[in-house]
Design a protein around this ligand. Structure first.
Ligand code: TXA
Ligand code: MG
Length: 318
């Protein structure tokens, strides 16, 4: 029997019994549990096979709820919250002492966001507690952007995926923390650096693990298909160098063709980066299920969401 359901009250029931439910958001599906339930949070880590040093994002339905979660909101954090919530922005702020250590991996900060998805906002409003939710994929695998992706991963280990359709943005939230009240971008995501800077001015970007001890989750290998994946500027050159391989191409706009190309996924034929981002993970999921020798992804233009897409593709090749 399918674990996919649209029944919000059923999700409320399961979550209130300290179990986990996969939930839709506008970025990717999350694997959610009550932040105050040790049992639920441990199950999230267990199901995902995620190391405990990697902290979780707390999901809220309103800014008022933030009071019990964080102890300090820098002025620029407030401006970002006003501009982008509900939406695909996670703020890492000084935590309130009541937040369990297992959520924050023992750090004195907590990641918070108000997701912009009607189903999950309705669910959050029915619950007397916020939800911790990492992306609903096993550790190091491709993030899920549909209920079916989650079911494929977890049908034997969780009771329910709350169905909210395909994720509209398709890339994880942009994560911003504060060091001495100054903003630092820890993870490129659904909201581009340019959009962030239009609200608070120039921001320091520390998106790579090597310079980011403060975001231990930014592991270089992440979002990875099982099929060996390459990120290149020149797809045609790469295709010519591998004549005897069965290759899947992840293309921005072009329909490449050659004898060794078995499949082409075009992310946006009109060249729209937002559309390309929304299609990225579902196209990777599809190519990864075709028994190919290799996937070759075309490097995206280096502005706006192109930078966020390149970041994920780069991690997919590791
Ligand atoms: O779009 C998203 O953010 C999705 C949806 C479900 O909301 N969630 C998500 O969660 O991507 P996850 O766990 O896959 O990625 C969360 C990232 C991790 O890299 C983690 O290290 C970082 O957020 N993070 C969480 N709390 C943090 C903290 N206190 N300090 C630094 N980084 C933190
Ligand atoms: Mg994740």
């Amino acid at each position: 029997m399918s674990i996919i359901s649209k029944n919000i009250d059923k999700a409320v029931h399961i979550l209130s019994n300290e179990d986990v439910v996969a939930i839709p958001t506008e970025t990717v599906y999350g694997l959610a549990g009550n932040i105050y339930s040790d049992q639920a949070i441990r199950k999230i880590f267990e199901v995902k096979q995620r190391p405990l040093f990697n902290p979780l994002i707390v999901h809220l339905h309103s800014v008022e709820q933030l009071q019990g979660i964080v102890s300090h909101i820098p002025e620029k954090a407030q401006r970002l919250a006003d501009a982008f919530w509900p939406g695909s922005l996670t703020l890492v702020l000084k935590k309130n002492l009541s937040i369990p250590d297992v959520i924050t991996a023992g750090k004195d900060t907590v990641g918070v966001r108000i997701p912009n998805h009607p189903v999950t906002l309705a669910l959050l409003k029915k619950l007397p507690f916020p939800l911790a939710a990492p992306s609903a994929n096993p550790f190091n695998r491709i993030s899920p952007t549909s209920a079916l992706h989650v079911e494929g991963y977890f049908k034997d280990t969780i009771q329910m995926v709350l169905d909210g359709g395909d994720c509209q943005n398709g890339l994880e939230s942009t994560i911003i923390g504060f060091e001495d009240d100054e903003p630092v971008l820890y993870r490129l995501g659904s909201i581009s650096v340019e959009e962030i800077e239009s609200v608070i001015g120039e921001i320091r970007v520390k998106n790579k693990e090597e310079n980011t001890p403060s975001a231990p989750g930014m592991l270089a290998k992440h979002y990875a298909p099982r099929t060996k994946t390459y990120l290149v500027e020149n797809v045609e050159g790469f295709i010519k160098e591998h004549p005897n391989k069965a290759i899947g191409v992840l293309s921005f706009t072009e329909a490449f063709s050659a004898a060794n190309i078995k499949y082409v996924e075009i992310l946006s034929s009109s060249g729209d980066l937002k559309v390309a981002a929304a299609n990225l993970y579902s196209s990777l999921h599809k190519l990864d299920h075709l028994d190919l020798d290799m996937i070759v992804a075309q490097k995206f233009p280096e502005f706006g969401l192109g930078n966020s897409i390149n970041d994920r593709l780069d991690r997919a090749t590791k």
